[in-house]
Design a protein around this ligand. Structure first.
Ligand code: PEP
Length: 264
């Protein structure tokens, strides 16, 4: 009844340094996927894993040209919540949509901590993304301090309720959540699968309270935080982990190809 299509996303962050390197990475990744016999990363094949890459803005168009043919989507790491105007340095939802983005990362912890994104801004960005027919991947998760205080659930519940405030049940079909414990991002400290799964299940209970069981059971929830080829299979074996948001390992074509081809 509740068949959730797996979704694997690669967040390149502010890497690689040049367009040539970005296209090398994209080409290398696509070539490896074609080599893998059991690859299931082509989105036209039903039941397969959906794959999304998040390159830096200047590379989105050309990366899309490379990976689009292989059924891989591209997304934007960020958008501003205003439509247009005097916002030097910002990029709008319509801009990234027009160059082929299907997804937008909202609320990534690096945006929250380094660029002052708060729950009010993030909520506006989620809504703007949906307004322009794209799908937000809403990133939530507790910091190390919050983890040590034992308030993971409270933090996640608050982020989910504030960041999704006013999003309709209909629009929730296009929302993906990424549970990313901040202490696990870029640290090599992957959350153990059972603990992550429990948080994912808790997030579904929050969504059931906000919406209903249908929304809670249909929404896809990714885990993010130091996912590697070594840890992906154990994570994906969990009942409520529907995919991964991958930073560091997505910068290596071979590692990300293996992650996308996780073993069930
Ligand atoms: C991320 O940036 O969302 C992330 C999970 O990074 P990493 O895989 O490097 O921990």
């Amino acid at each position: 009844l509740y068949a959730r299509q797996p979704i694997m996303a690669g967040n390149w962050k502010m890497n690689p340094s040049t367009e040539a390197d970005a296209l090398n990475l994209a080409n290398g990744f696509v070539a490896l996927l074609h080599e893998m016999e059991d690859t299931c990363a082509m989105d036209e094949v039903e039941g397969c894993t959906e794959v999304v890459l998040f390159p830096p803005f200047p590379f989105i168009s050309k990366v899309k040209d490379v990976v689009g043919k292989a059924g891989i989507a591209v997304g934007s790491q960020q958008v501003y919540y205003e439509d247009k105007g005097a916002f030097t340095g910002s990029v709008s939802a319509s801009m990234v949509k027009s160059v082929g983005c299907e997804y937008v990362l909202c609320g990534h912890s690096e945006r929250r901590t380094l660029f002052s994104d708060d729950d009010v801004n993030i909520n506006a960005k989620v809504k703007k993304t949906l307004e322009f027919g794209m799908k937000p991947i809403l990133c939530i998760g507790e910091t190390k301090e919050e983890f040590d205080l034992g308030i993971t659930k409270e933090v996640c519940a608050m982020q989910v309720s504030k960041d999704l405030a006013g999003v309709s049940k209909e629009d929730m079909k296009n929302v993906v959540i990424a549970y990313e414990p901040v202490w696990a991002i870029g640290t090599g400290l992957v959350c153990d699968p059972e603990s992550a799964n429990k948080v994912h299940q808790f997030i579904r209970t929050v969504l059931e309270r906000m919406y209903d069981k249908e929304v809670a059971e249909n929404i896809r929830i990714q885990y993010g935080g130091s996912v590697t080829p070594e840890s992906v299979d154990g994570l994906m074996a969990m009942s409520d982990i529907d995919g991964c948001l991958v930073g560091g390992a997505s910068l290596f074509a071979d590692k990300f190809a293996r992650i996308v081809n996780f073993k069930q």
